[in-house]
Structure formats: structure tokens, C-alpha cells
Design a protein around this ligand. Structure first.
Ligand SMILES: [Fe+2]
Ligand SMILES: [Fe+2]
Length: 158
């Protein structure tokens, strides 16, 4: 189910980074599905791992772009990324130790953090791009997702 959607209003002007954000949103939706099904073990562990790997890939790509355009707020932006990774690692550790609330907290954290980070931080580099790319060209992640929060679909504990 789609609990969160990507929309063109969230475009940062770089196709590859928009595609990354769509994939991150797809992973958050998968996480929410697993939690809603009451799955606390293998599937959630896999999602944590996928999320951590993909987050590193995305942050690396984004930081390389900001460096290439001499983005003045690169350092502050990287600090945000590192803080996110630390929090993710902390929740992953708690999940491995059997903390049943770690997955719920992860969904809540991701749900709030990702969209806020795109709007408050990632949008910062958009004006520095020479030629922003059209959001209509952004490829879909494998499970095809689209726009902001789908309120009707959100589970009651969100
Ligand atoms: Fe970022
Ligand atoms: Fe980003």
C-alpha cells in the first residue's frame, strides 16, 4: 500500500536524485506494510539493511553533486545526512536486540524526516543547478509510487 507518495512538487531538479527519493519512499511504504502485517523479524531486518545501503548510496550521490556545483551549504547538509545515518543505525541495533518498537519508530522517523529533508534541505541546492531536469522524466522505482502522504491509507498508529 502507498502510505507516502512522491509528486513532482518534490522534484529537486536532478532525475537521478528524484529517482532515489522515489525509491526511498518505496522502501518506507514496504516497511509500513510489514509493520502493519505484524512482521517483526526477517522482512523488517531486510528492509533495515536495504534502507541503510540505499541511503548511503543516495547521500553519496547527492553530496557529490553538491560538491560539483560548489554548493555553499554542503557542510551543514552533510551533517544532516550523518545525523540521519546515526539515528538509523541506532534503530537498527535496537531492532536486532529485539526491541519491538524500533520498527514503529523507524516508520515514524522516516515518514517525518524524508519529506521534511527534501523540502528544507535538498531544495537548497536546486537554484544552483545550471539546468534543472524535468520531473516528468524521472523513472519509477520497481513498485511504481507517486505524491505526498495518502492519508486514508495510513494505519491508525501513525
Ligand atoms: Fe539531502
Ligand atoms: Fe536527498
Amino acid at each position: 500500500m502507498e502510505y507516502i507518495r512522491w509528486s513532482k512538487e518534490l522534484s529537486v531538479g536532478v532525475k537521478a536524485l528524484d529517482a532515489d527519493h522515489k525509491t526511498l519512499i518505496a522502501i518506507i511504504n514496504q516497511l509500513c506494510d510489514e509493520v502493519a502485517r505484524g512482521n517483526q523479524d526477517v522482512a523488517l531486518g531486510e528492509i533495515f539493511s536495504r534502507l541503510m545501503t540505499f541511503t548511503e548510496t543516495h547521500f553519496g550521490r547527492e553530496e557529490a553533486l553538491m560538491l560539483s556545483i560548489d554548493y555553499p551549504d554542503l557542510e551543514a547538509h552533510c551533517r544532516q545526512h550523518r545525523g540521519f545515518v546515526r539515528h538509523l543505525e541506532d534503530l537498527h541495533g535496537r531492532h536486532r536486540d529485539g526491541d519491538l518498537f524500533a520498527a514503529l519508530e523507524l516508520f515514524d522517523f522516516l515518514n517525518k524526516w524524508l519529506i521534511a529533508h527534501i523540502i528544507e534541505c535538498d531544495f537548497g541546492y536546486r537554484p544552483y543547478l545550471e539546468e534543472p531536469e524535468e520531473p516528468s522524466q524521472v523513472p519509477e522505482p520497481e513498485s511504481a509510487l507517486n505524491a505526498f502522504l495518502v492519508e486514508d491509507g495510513a494505519p491508525s498508529w501513525v
